[in-house]
Every structure is written in C-alpha cells, then in structure tokens.
Design a binder for this molecule. Sequence first.
Ligand SMILES: C[S@@+](CC[C@H](N)C(=O)[O-])C[C@H]1O[C@@H](n2cnc3c(N)ncnc32)[C@H](O)[C@@H]1O
Length: 203
Amino acid sequence: MKKNKISKDWINRQRRDIYVRQSKIEGYRSRAVYKLKEIDEKFKILNQTRSVVDLGAAPGSWSQYLSKKIKNGKILSIDLLKFEPIKNIHQIVGDFNDERYKTKIKNYFDDKIDVVVSDMAVNTTGNKNLDAIVTGELCLEAMKFALDTVNQKGRFVSKIFMGSSFNEIVANAKKSFKEVRVFKPLSSRKVSKESFIICKFLR
Ligand SMILES: C[S@@+](CC[C@H](N)C(=O)[O-])C[C@H]1O[C@@H](n2cnc3c(N)ncnc32)[C@H](O)[C@@H]1O
C-alpha cells in the first residue's frame, strides 16, 4: 500500500474514533489514556499509591492521568522522546534499557516504589511477529526492573503483544507476583495484538 494511502486511512480512522474525540475534549494528549483508565478502574492499581514510574511515557497521556490521580506523591516518567512538561511529573529523556537511566530512576525515589507502568513500544514495522518480539523484550525488561524496585504490595502493568514471547512473560510474572491477569481494554484497537498484563503483590 502506498504511503499517502496509509496516512489517509490513518486520518480517517482517527476522525471516526470516539476515544480520539474524547481525549481532545478532556485535554489528554493521546487516546492511550483510556487504556490506563480502564485498567485502573477494573484492577484498582492506583489505590493507596504514592510513587509511580511511567515507562515509555511520551506524549504523556498516562502521566497526565497519574498526575490527576496522585496528589501527594512522586511520579517519574521516562521516554526516548521529550514531551511537554506535566504538573507533578519528574521527566527523564533517555533509553530505559540503558543501566544508567535505571539507576537514575531508582535514585529519584527514597524507598521502594508502589507502581511501575509500561506502555513502551517501538515503532511498528508492519511485521506483527517481529513487533511482538521487540515489545515482549521491553515488557520483560520492565518486569525485571519492577521486581527489583517495587515494594511487597507493588503493582506492575505493561503492554504485551500476543506473540511468541507471550507465554514466557505470563509464566515469569506468575513466578514473582501473587495476582496476574491479562486484559485487553475496550479502548485498545481490535486490530491490534496489544493487551496488558496486570501484576499485583510480590510473592
Ligand atoms: C505507545 S507510546 C506511549 C504512549 C503513552 N503511554 C501516552 O499515554 O502518551 C510508546 C512509547 O514508548 C517509548 N519507548 C520505546 N522504547 C523505549 C525505551 N527503550 N526507553 C524509553 N522509552 C521507550 C517510545 O518512544 C514511545 O513514545
């Protein structure tokens, strides 16, 4: 398919999409916010939360939601891309896979962290298997980081693609967390292989 045909399809889809319209009305930077909102409403991941890390945060809609929900706490967001500042959010621009940034994140918090969320994804290549593998690796890195940094009641939420690494990710999560669920929010596009893994309470 030609490039301008793809972008026309994308523009038309955006116009029809109720979540895109809703995000504009509510002042969110991306429709992605409704995925986190649905997850939070269903799994109560932000109850009694004072510290959160948002991995892969740009353009910032999840961080906007976190900033509204958590009034007295510490929220840190990291992305390869810089985005417009958000109230109460400490922003880092850098590659999460780089150990130096992991250390920077840990040093920002005085104690163990309540919640780690990750919506990290690379630009899709069109090859769904390859996209699933790369996003799976990001999810496993994020989970490793969460296991190292969250407290006993900690929660971890991550984007996960249905693909070759799916079973490995779920099995790893079950070894380390007491509650593990996989959930596809209504706001996640049906054509996308994306789901989310929600993990609670360290074993
Ligand atoms: C789907 S977007 C996130 C949308 C965001 N949750 C929001 O609500 O606005 C995925 C993001 O992951 C980021 N990302 C991918 N790999 C990363 C990495 N290694 N370190 C930091 N960010 C990364 C991308 O730059 C991209 O901005």
